[in-house]
Design a binder for this molecule. Structure first.
Ligand SMILES: O=c1ccn([C@@H]2O[C@H](COP(=O)(O)OP(=O)(O)O[C@H]3O[C@H](CO)[C@@H](O)[C@H](O)[C@H]3O)[C@@H](O)[C@H]2O)c(=O)[nH]1
Length: 476
């Protein structure tokens, strides 16, 4: 039955961070491909991220001015979390984001969307959309599994009642036996001290919203889709992986510069499945000592690799982290390729020469690794990344943990992982043997399931149809 969508106008408002913008823009394209009028709202400094992704699509773009000057302390043009030169400036960025509420109100009155899909990190929007009678849906950027773990840990606080000498606990009331260390808990309370009850506001906005749209697919975490709906009792629609959701999406999401990147020519000369891709997302920083150990571990493993060292990681450009002769040795033997800056991650992961992914377990990277059918080496650092690690290692059984034990935002607060431990994890995932082969097989099968989910009549495709019908019925 055809759905009547012409009266639906959905406004998407993604948080200005690399882990949040592309998935929401892709999501807007998905709705647009089904005939729904969609608009992306962002600040002028972020249009260069939006435009290449929406080109050749009917998605509209609307701008909201970013109050850099008013939020004094932020350099001009600093409108994305990834462009903040130092973590000390993050509170200024958060303050500036709160100041968007007035223009946001005005823009909604001008554009008249009847539905908004808004990043969970803009909790103040719910007062405005409620007042204007707009149906608000939330986009959290992560998956059902980490949301269910967060809910259970916040509800039962199992880590707070443990004897001092006990380091680990089982997460209560969830479908699998999941063990975490006390030090791996994403302690929102600690962060809130600086952020004006930010996470209380996020929770409140979530409860008051109509429901949550998830970048996930049913077959990835079926028990947790059900748990989220029936035990936690929230409405949710899983319509991803959005990076796969239309024919040629990977091509259309990547720029010409990405497609011409030298690393792809380098990969062309490698054997299928022989290269490990090492990347820790868009926001993570490492100490020089840790980078040094990573380099040692990779060389010792003797597997070919691509190592991404973004500017934000190599915080001091003169940082002396390379082991002596490292670059010369890897270049000569054509064993390694170091990318300084932004890597074309989707293209690398989907290159046939790549056989494994060392990741910090950000939700997007995790999902992108799954879609590419790759086994992973997990190295979580902060936020919900330790929960995503458990999904990959314990539930899906497609990864090996490098052994990071502590949640810490700042590199200097993290324990050092030695080259030998890195080498061990790399050998487990990239090496021979029955276990490694079984892991690779499971990863490949999951990759196929991800692709099927977004095809016509696949689980995510059907779910999107269900969501559009429901929203259309609310706004006839
Ligand atoms: O050189 C790079 C580095 C990253 N990426 C892309 O950037 C995104 C990174 O997203 P993600 O893997 O989720 O990592 P973060 O940017 O660290 O994500 C933040 O936001 C996520 C979604 O809410 C959370 O899961 C993480 O914990 C949080 O750190 C992915 O799409 C990558 O493909 C590139 O294309 N090239």
């Amino acid at each position: 039955m055809a759905t009547k969508t012409q009266d639906l106008h959905i406004l998407f408002f993604p948080y200005m961070a690399p882990g949040h913008m592309p998935p929401m823009i892709n999501m807007a394209k998905l709705f647009a491909n089904r005939g729904v009028r969609t608009t992306i709202l962002t600040t002028p400094g972020n249009t260069s991220i939006v435009k290449p992704i929406i080109s050749n699509s009917p998605v509209e773009l609307a701008l909201i001015p970013f109050p850099s000057a008013a939020a004094s302390g932020l350099p001009e043009g600093c409108e994305n979390l990834s462009s903040i030169p130092s973590p000390d400036l993050i509170p200024y960025f958060l303050r500036a984001v709160f100041m968007l509420s007035e223009p946001f109100d005005q823009i909604l009155k001008e554009l008249h969307p009847n539905v908004t899909i808004i990043d969970a990190f803009f909790p103040w929007t719910i007062d405005i959309t409620s007042k204007l009678g707009i149906t608000q849906l939330i986009f959290t950027g992560s998956g059902f599994f980490p949301l269910c773990l967060t809910d259970s840990i916040e509800k039962y606080k199992p880590h707070e009642t443990l004897p001092a000498e006990t380091e680990s606990f089982l997460v209560p009331g969830i479908p699998h036996r999941i063990e975490l260390l006390k030090t791996q808990v994403f302690d929102i309370g600690k962060i809130d001290i600086k952020h004006l009850d930010f996470f209380d506001k996020v929770r409140d906005a979530d409860k008051r919203s109509y429901g949550t749209v998830m970048n996930s697919f049913y077959e990835l975490e079926p028990d947790y889709v059900e748990h989220y709906r029936t035990v936690i009792g929230r409405r949710a629609w899983q319509i991803g992986p959005v990076s796969l959701c239309s024919e040629g999406m990977i091509k259309s999401t990547t720029t010409t510069t990405d497609r011409n990147h030298e690393c792809l020519r380098w990969l062309d000369e490698k054997q299928p499945g022989s290269v490990l891709y090492v990347c820790f997302g868009s926001l993570c920083a490492f100490s020089g000592d840790q980078l040094h150990e990573i380099a040692l571990g990779l060389v010792a493993s003797n597997h070919a690799f691509i190592l991404v060292v973004p500017k934000v990681i190599e915080r001091d450009e003169k940082m002396d982290w390379m082991p002596e002769g490292f670059e010369g040795r890897i270049n000569e033997a054509k064993k390694g390729f170091v990318i300084r800056g932004w890597a074309p991650q989707l293209l690398i992961l989907n290159h046939e020469a790549v056989g494994g992914f060392m990741t910090h377990c950000g939700w997007n990277s995790t999902l992108e690794g799954v879609c590419a059918g790759l086994p992973m080496i997990t190295w979580p650092l902060f936020a919900e990344q330790f929960y995503n690690e458990r999904l990959v290692v314990d539930v899906l059984k497609i990864g090996v943990a490098v052994g990071m034990k502590e949640h810490a935002l700042m590199p200097e607060d993290r324990p050092l992982i030695h080259g030998m431990e890195i080498e061990r994890a790399v050998s487990c995932v990239m090496g021979g043997g029955e276990e490694a082969e079984a892991m690779r097989k499971r990863a490949r099968e999951l990759g196929e399931m991800a692709k099927s989910a977004v095809m016509e009549d696949g689980s995510s495709y059907t779910e999107l149809t269900r969501l559009i019908s429901e929203l259309s019925a609310l706004h006839p």
